[in-house]
Design a protein around this ligand. Structure first.
Ligand code: MN
Length: 300
């Protein structure tokens, strides 16, 4: 997907709802894209958010995202169901499973592929998850690339009166995730049992609620499944669920300036993106060991 930079982070005053756009990853594998959207380019450091599935994959079918480059961002993968193998140009290979976090800091440049593991592919399986991109602060845009995996049992969790909170990254509700972040971040998986209610305090400057499954009310207003509600700052927000629901809270401190997004590249400088394009065309990004395929640079 190609994105042109828009002059402002948001084109409307929150609160407002973002409708998902369907985006084909290839081979008929569609994802719902919430960020960036026409109304909102980012929430805190989150500049991109894809909701993958839930989709039932027949035996023999799987996801195959061939090697492709990134700069200036971190990709953050979190699954509800299924599995995905990450393999990158640093030589890291890691299977991610539900509840784990894969955090890949692209920094000055990395190449990775994401594919369904052989066992799941052979057996057929259900795939459901979220992939987001977090823009790096300007001081870290050229950081050394790094891949880190955090298993599900390392994430802080709290359950009370029909609400289960898991801090995927950053800090919230008095808990801090072990995931290494570069700026104040809000990223929480919330599961509601029927009748569950949770207040989100105004701890983070920019905030949004994405309804993964079920439906919730936010300060009494209904928010259906697969919609993102971008919240206003500076006050408590009450989220309630009459029936079972699962939501993501995302956001954090506002980014330190504008970001340009083009294909898989994020940068505060347009020239840096031009350099990344030239580097990928000339295959100067490095290679994923043992993989010969790659996604070519889109027409530009
Ligand atoms: Mn990627």
């Amino acid at each position: 997907m190609l994105h042109l930079a828009l002059p402002r982070a948001m084109t409307a005053d929150p609160p407002f709802l973002i409708e998902p756009r369907l985006h084909d990853l290839g081979d008929g594998f569609a994802v719902r894209r919430l960020l960036p959207s026409r109304l909102c380019r980012r929430v805190g450091p989150f500049v991109f958010l894809d909701h993958i599935g839930p989709v039932d994959l027949a035996p023999g079918r799987g996801l195959d995202v061939r090697p492709h480059p990134h700069i200036g961002l971190a990709t953050v993968t979190y699954l509800y169901e299924g599995a995905l193998t990450h393999h990158d140009s640093l030589g890291c290979r890691q299977v991610i499973r539900p509840g784990d976090v894969n955090w890949m800091t692209a920094g000055r440049g990395i190449v990775h592929s994401e594919r369904t593991p052989e066992t799941e592919r052979a057996a057929g399986h259900r795939m459901h998850g979220i992939q987001t991109w977090v823009a790096l602060p300007q001081a870290h845009e050229e950081a050394e690339p790094e891949f880190r995996h955090y298993s599900t049992d390392t994430l802080p969790e709290f359950e009370c009166e029909g609400v289960r909170l898991r801090v995927i990254a950053g800090h919230a509700f008095g808990m801090t995730s072990p995931v290494h972040v570069y700026a104040p971040t809000l990223y929480v998986d919330v599961e509601f049992a029927p009748g569950g209610t949770q207040v989100l305090p105004p701890e983070h400057e920019e905030r949004a609620i994405y309804v993964v499954a079920g439906a919730v009310r936010v300060d009494g207003e209904p928010v259906p499944a697969e919609r993102m509600l971008v919240l206003s700052s500076g006050r408590d927000v009450e989220i309630s669920a009459a029936s079972a629901a699962r939501v993501l809270l995302c956001g954090g401190a506002a980014l330190d300036g504008e970001r340009f997004l083009w294909w898989n590249f994020v940068s505060s400088g347009k020239q840096r993106i031009e350099r990344a394009k030239a580097d990928w065309l000339a295959q100067r990004f490095g290679q994923v060991p043992g993989e010969t395929q790659f996604i070519p640079l889109p027409e530009h």
